[in-house]
Design a protein around this ligand. Structure first.
Ligand SMILES: NC(=O)c1ccc[n+]([C@@H]2O[C@H](COP(=O)([O-])OP(=O)(O)OC[C@H]3O[C@@H](n4cnc5c(N)ncnc54)[C@H](OP(=O)(O)O)[C@@H]3O)[C@@H](O)[C@H]2O)c1
Length: 111
C-alpha cells in the first residue's frame, strides 16, 4: 500500500476516534505519519502507541483546520514530505437539533 500511497500520510483529526484508528492502521502498514488535531496532549501520546511496534516516523502537528492559519500550518509543515495519502477526518457537519430547526435552519460545527 505504501508503494502506491506512501511514503507519508497526513491524518487530520488524528487525536481521537476514527482518525486515531486510521493513524494506528496506517502505521501498521508502514506509512510515515503527520498527525493533525487541536489537542496536543492527546496527539503527543499517539506516536508512542503506533510507532513503537512498526518503526515508522510520526510527527504530531497541533492545528485548528477550521481556521486559515491552521490550514496554512498544515500545508507549510508538509511541503517537504512526500505525501501520498490525506485522511480528512475533521469535517464541517450540519447539526440538526430538532425537526422544527431542521425545517428552518441547521448549525454548522466541526467534528
Ligand atoms: N463515528 C461515526 O460513526 C461517524 C459516522 C459518520 C461520519 N462520521 C464523521 O467522521 C469524522 C470523525 O468522526 P469521529 O467519530 O472519529 O469524531 P471524533 O472522535 O470527534 O474525532 C474528531 C477528530 O477531529 C479532530 N478535530 C475536530 N475539529 C478539528 C479542527 N477544527 N481542527 C483539527 N482537528 C479537529 C479532533 O481532535 P481535537 O479535538 O484534538 O482537535 C478529533 O481527533 C467526523 O467528521 C464525523 O462527522 C463519523
Amino acid at each position: 500500500m505504501t508503494g502506491r500511497y506512501g511514503p507519508t500520510a497526513v491524518v487530520v483529526g488524528a487525536s481521537d476516534g476514527l482518525g486515531a484508528a486510521f493513524a494506528t492502521e496506517l502505521a501498521g502498514r508502514g506509512f510515515n505519519l503527520v498527525l493533525v488535531a487541536r489537542r496536543s496532549l492527546l496527539l503527543d501520546e499517539l506516536p508512542y502507541g503506533c510507532t513503537r511496534p512498526h518503526g515508522v516516523r510520526v510527527r504530531p502537528l497541533t492545528a485548528d483546520v477550521s481556521t486559515v492559519d491552521g490550514v496554512a500550518a498544515v500545508l507549510s509543515s508538509t511541503t517537504a514530505d512526500e505525501v501520498g495519502l490525506l485522511v480528512c477526518n475533521a469535517a464541517l457537519a450540519r447539526s440538526h437539533r430538532s425537526s422544527a430547526s431542521r425545517r428552518s435552519s441547521s448549525t454548522p460545527c466541526w467534528t
